[in-house]
Design a binder for this molecule. Structure first.
Ligand SMILES: NC(=O)c1ccc[n+]([C@@H]2O[C@H](COP(=O)([O-])OP(=O)(O)OC[C@H]3O[C@@H](n4cnc5c(N)ncnc54)[C@H](OP(=O)(O)O)[C@@H]3O)[C@@H](O)[C@H]2O)c1
Length: 271
């Protein structure tokens, strides 16, 4: 398996995503804990992460940048502008920066940090928490993209795309976990309404979702082909799917995805 070599990685912000990405990297032994440094404005978060995973804790951004080769920015987008204003002078020319900040374009990051930093943008998703993120990365520098690809492989699947695709990606895989949660929620609600205890209804819904996802992932057939294969003529599945078609579920879902994509565009312009 490809590893991160001897490059030292600094992470700014060890909240939900920063911590999950690092935990994946460590669990899959892509690097050693001695090559990781963390910094968080919330000192207790950085302390407890460093203690749990035996990584270094920098007491300042200056220390983090001095000790590491590549910096992963994992704070909220709204915290980035003040971070950049305060610390831009500490970045080295050509410094490797990987950003997971939603909506913050390469152009804006480059302008905020200056000094021709080498930027890779990444859009992971919530699956990172269980090592099953779908992460899309984009950037111009091949070596930096390859490094980021290996880093995010620690917490799931990685695909490289042009940056102009990121609003679309946000609508599909960024917001995507919530669509599947909603479908499982609807299955659970129906089970409860028809008389099942809620814990049982939820197990039926979630385990079915998990089984379907694993099957789709391991099968050579497309999702459409798998659906056709389990839909027998005049059977129960066909009865449900025909109702969805009649009510134009596909069209409604397309509208929902378009709304997510447009919202991503608007937020990007506002950041
Ligand atoms: N969650 C997702 O599914 C998802 C998916 C794709 C991308 N993202 C992106 O991932 C990023 C992180 O999201 P998250 O959910 O992990 O957020 P989070 O849990 O709030 O973690 C961010 C951490 O960064 C800290 N922080 C804020 N400003 C800082 C600064 N100047 N220096 C150092 N640390 C700072 C925060 O401290 P305080 O709590 O004290 O503010 C917090 O501990 C966001 O930019 C988001 O757009 C998230």
């Amino acid at each position: 398996m490809k590893t991160l070599g001897n490059k030292k990685i600094g992470v700014v912000g060890v909240g939900n995503m920063g911590a999950s990405i690092l935990e994946g990297v460590l669990a899959r032994r892509l690097t050693t804990s001695s090559r990781i440094w963390v910094y968080d404005k919330a000192v207790n978060k950085a302390q407890s992460f460093a203690r749990r995973h035996h990584v270094g804790r920098a007491s300042s951004v200056a220390e983090l940048l001095e000790k590491t080769d590549i910096v992963l920015l994992a704070m909220k987008p709204q915290d980035f502008t003040s971070f950049a204003m305060e610390h831009r002078s500490l970045f080295r020319p050509g410094q490797g920066v990987i950003s997971i900040l939603a909506g913050m374009t390469t152009e804006k990051i480059a302008k905020a940090l200056g000094k021709n930093v080498t930027i890779v943008r990444a859009m992971p998703n919530l699956g990172a928490k269980v090592g099953q993120s779908m992460t899309v990365i984009c950037g111009k520098n091949k070596a930096a993209l390859s490094f980021a690809g290996t880093l995010f492989a620690g917490c799931g699947e990685v695909v490289t795309l042009p940056e102009k695709m990121l609003d679309l990606v946000t609508a599909i895989s960024g917001s995507g976990p919530a669509y599947f949660f909603h479908l499982m929620e609807l299955l659970t609600d129906f089970g409860v309404k028809q008389g099942l205890p809620s814990t049982v209804a939820e197990v039926l819904a979630v385990q079915t979702g998990l089984g379907a996802a694993l099957l789709a992932k391991s099968s050579e057939e497309s999702c459409g082909e798998l659906r056709e294969r389990v839909t027998s003529k005049k059977g129960t599945t066909e009865a449900a799917l025909k109702t969805l078609q009649r009510k134009k579920f596909g069209k409604i879902f397309q509208q929902a995805l378009t709304a997510a994509m447009n919202r991503s565009r608007a937020l990007r312009k506002a950041v």
